[in-house]
Design a binder for this molecule. Structure first.
Ligand code: GLN
Length: 492
């Protein structure tokens, strides 16, 4: 078969089960595509050819033995923030360019247990800080819809590999939008689960109270398959929740759109900088949901103006603390010929970290310093509480909340947004992380340059199933998620 890369996860699963093709054939097919197309997209940091083929053979053997499950033998790409035993895990940083992880992140281990085949590790903004994937030590990844645009970030590589048909699905992480915004920029579906639903063990930490991993794929259905593997309690992560995991695939039709109350926050649609085409596509998608039975309810989210300042205190504060471990002594980059220990620390960190990471360490260290802790960090935590309460109040009135995923479509590569401009682009995604809520982004059309637009749906705690189900039903009635990026079409 020549079009294996066009199949959905369900179709792949059925094809493997019916022995229409083997995992080795499927894996070789993807590896060939990566070799051919990725030099243009630049999404993989590491392609694990040998590991992938060995895992594919093992999956085929399991199948022969009658021990295969739904995902046995299906390839996946991991964001290079998940530790992978024996494989470089860089977090997009020079600091970890030489780091071979001695262990697997729980998400990776769960993938292996389910029989997934690791194609490789994909590019990202350095330490997941950014919205374009340009801050990676390995250079910018290109948007498969238009190679002179960014795929979004920080999980830009994860989005690009799926959009270019270089992996059927991928893992991502979302601290302030890094699954949803790249999904939106690349015409994909991406789910950020409730904080605590997916283990953070073995994920290189950015901001621990905000970080959460989730699936990125073409459709809600494909995401549901990966979510079934990723979700669950992990004794190795004390913030992971000991709560039964739902079968996200089986529940895809469990929520009915009839009477579903969708909240439309007034404040969100009056944000300066909300692109007209984005607004139009999102409104059209809401209209469609209304046709399908949903009820649109105008709501207030009064804390909207506080999102960006609150997030950009808390995230850098936690980052500055998390990143203090990279000292040039224990592992990672070490400066050459240090004069003394201070010189070793200073130069290792100055040479190993890029500009955006250093900026965040500075902001975070300042906000946590003795003299400013109460004025900035403690204050931000209080506002964070108010943001959470704002959402909880809204959920007394509605089932889900709708918003654009991002105020614009993908930026041009090198558009050289100044940092504050870039931070403002996170307005619709970061509050979800501050509140620990789940949210999903789904494609709902294009702007005048044929760049994808995303609709975001925010749910109450533990409503992943409901979000996937709502998007699944929207996708049964529309075909935005089946459209292919330019480079995928050229290499169909
Ligand atoms: N763009 C946001 C930031 O730079 C979100 C990144 C993320 O979710 N990892 O912090």
């Amino acid at each position: 078969m020549t079009d294996l890369h066009r199949l959905s996860i369900r179709e792949i699963s059925e094809g493997l089960a019916a022995a229409k093709f083997s995992s080795r054939e499927l894996t070789e097919h993807y590896l060939k595509r990566i070799a051919k197309i990725d030099p243009q997209v630049r999404s993989y940091v590491t392609v694990t050819n040998e590991v992938a083929l060995a895992q594919a053979d093992a999956a085929d053997a399991l199948r022969q033995a009658g021990q295969a499950t739904a995902l046995t033998g299906i390839p996946v790409a991991h964001k290079d923030i998940f530790c992978t035993q024996g494989i470089k895990t860089s977090a997009g940083s020079k600091m970890l360019d030489n780091f071979i992880s001695p262990y697997d992140a729980t998400v990776v281990a769960q993938g292996k247990n389910a029989g997934l085949v690791t194609l490789g590790k994909v590019n990202m903004d350095e330490f997941a800080m950014g919205s374009t994937s340009e801050s990676s030590f390995y250079g910018a990844t290109k948007n498969p819809w238009a190679l002179d645009h960014v795929p979004g970030g920080s999980s830009g590589g994860s989005a690009a590999v799926v959009a270019a048909d270089l992996a059927p699905f991928a893992t991502g992480t979302d601290t302030g939008g890094s699954i949803r915004q790249p999904a939106s920029f690349c015409g994909l579906t991406g789910l950020k689960p409730t904080y605590g639903r997916v283990s953070r063990y073995g994920i290189i930490a950015y901001a621990s109270s905000l970080d959460q991993a989730g699936p990125m794929a073409r459709s809600a259905e494909d995401c549901a398959y990966l979510m079934n593997v990723m979700a669950g309690h992990d004794a190795k992560d004390s913030t992971s929740m000991d709560k039964a995991v739902e079968d996200y695939v089986a529940n895809l039709n469990a929520t009915t759109l009839k009477g579903l109350r969708i909240g439309i926050p007034k404040q969100y649609f009056n944000v300066a900088g909300l692109d007209a085409a984005v607004k139009a596509r999102v409104e059209e998608s809401l209209k469609k949901l209304e046709e399908l039975g949903a009820v649109l309810v105008e709501i207030d989210l009064n804390m909207t103006e506080s999102y960006v300042p609150t997030y950009y205190l808390i995230a850098p504060a936690e980052a500055s603390s998390n990143l203090s471990r990279y000292d040039g002594v224990r592992y990672g980059y070490r400066a050459e010929n240090p004069q003394d220990i201070l010189d070793l620390y200073k130069r290792s960190r100055s040479e190993g970290f890029g500009a955006e990471v250093q900026r965040r360490i500075l902001i975070g260290t300042y906000a946590l310093s003795a003299g400013y802790y109460d004025a900035y960090y403690v204050k931000a935590q209080k506002v964070r509480c108010l943001i959470q309460q704002d959402f909880l109040k809204a959920f007394e009135q509605v089932d889900v909340i709708a918003a654009p995923t991002a105020p614009t479509t993908a930026y041009k590569i090198g558009a050289s947004l100044d940092p504050v401009e870039m931070y403002l682009g996170d307005i619709y995604t970061i509050a979800v992380n501050l509140a620990g809520l789940p949210a999903i982004s789904a494609p709902v059309g294009f702007d005048q340059d044929h760049l994808p637009v995303g609709l975001q749906l925010i749910g109450n705690y533990w409503s992943e199933s409901q979000l996937l189900s709502v998007v699944h039903q929207y996708q049964q009635a529309t075909d935005w998620h089946t459209q292919r990026a330019a480079i995928a079409e050229e290499n169909a």
